[in-house]
Design a protein around this ligand. Structure first.
Ligand SMILES: C[S@@+](CC[C@H](N)C(=O)[O-])C[C@H]1O[C@@H](n2cnc3c(N)ncnc32)[C@H](O)[C@@H]1O
Length: 261
């Protein structure tokens, strides 16, 4: 999962918490804020349609400044960023104290394993967040071929519990839509369903590929541009019929492709 050509880290290291902690602690990240895949500038159009007072969680934020930009862009909302590498959160806290504006100072930064989100954000029980961002976190976790899939499943089950019934999840990933989508359907979506089995929801996925702004950034054609998988979760209405049993609606998954040219 190299972000840049010439990255010296072995891909399987990306699946280990120890790797990330030592990378952030040693300052070996290439930039002060180590931004993966897309910057706020590139992602901004996807957030534009959202209400300004939404609550957003960035899972596996690393040292990305995305949480600060989100806090600026959603002044009436709430922004929480979590990572299980303490050195990443320490770097962000330093950055926040040093150079952030008033709104960005509101971003809440937590050292937290994203598989345990529900232990911290337990109330209200109907969900805390309207929006979640997973920017290359799932990618990194899946580099651990043995434990990655079960850890990602655990993370998405936990995420399901802290998301409101109607919610948007942005997964920003190197994983291309023409490859197998098992990771998306069988792991991420299935775990969102399993996390709240009592909710009957419609999950629609819009796949944003080749966004125009990226073509300028990713000029090397041998590296496919990252992809944004935008998942919308909508609670289905359970219909009441007079003198008949409640009609049970099952969860439904629908995937649509949207290519930006
Ligand atoms: C490839 S980096 C992406 C960082 C950031 N999202 C970005 O886009 O720049 C993956 C991040 O996921 C974090 N991570 C991996 N597993 C995690 C977990 N179980 N809980 C919280 N963070 C995790 C790592 O510590 C690392 O910061």
């Amino acid at each position: 999962m190299p972000r840049r050509q010439g990255s010296s880290a072995r891909a399987d290291a990306y699946g280990s918490q120890r790797y990330w902690e030592s990378r952030y602690a040693s300052g070996s990240a290439p930039d002060r804020t180590d931004e993966w895949l897309f910057s706020w500038h590139e992602l901004q159009p996807l957030f534009a349609p959202l209400a300004r007072d939404v609550a957003i969680v960035d899972i596996g934020c690393g040292t990305s400044d995305l949480c600060f930009h989100l806090a600026e862009a959603f002044p009436g909302g709430r922004v929480v960023a979590v990572d299980n590498a303490p050195a990443a959160i320490e770097t962000l806290r330093l950055e926040q104290r040093r150079s952030c504006g008033a709104h960005a100072k509101r971003a809440e930064l937590h050292v937290l394993d994203a598989t345990e989100l529900h232990t911290v954000f337990a109330e209200p029980s109907d969900g805390v967040f309207d929006v979640a961002v997973d920017k290359s976190t799932l990618d990194a976790m899946l580099c651990d071929l043995k434990r990655g899939p079960s850890n990602v499943a655990k993370m998405y089950r936990s995420l399901s519990l802290v998301l409101r019934p109607t919610a948007t999840i942005f997964i920003v990933s190197w994983r291309q839509p023409e490859d197998e989508l098992d990771w998306l359907v069988d792991i991420a979506l299935q775990s969102l369903i399993d996390g709240r089995p009592e909710l009957k929801c419609r999950y629609s996925v819009e796949i944003h590929t080749a966004m125009r702004v990226l073509e300028q950034v990713h000029t090397d054609e041998s590296i496919p541009a990252p992809v944004v998988y935008e998942i919308q979760r909508k609670a289905c209405r359970v219909m009441e019929r007079p003198s008949k049993k409640r009609k049970e609606l099952s969860n439904e998954i629908c995937i649509r492709y949207r290519t930006h040219t």
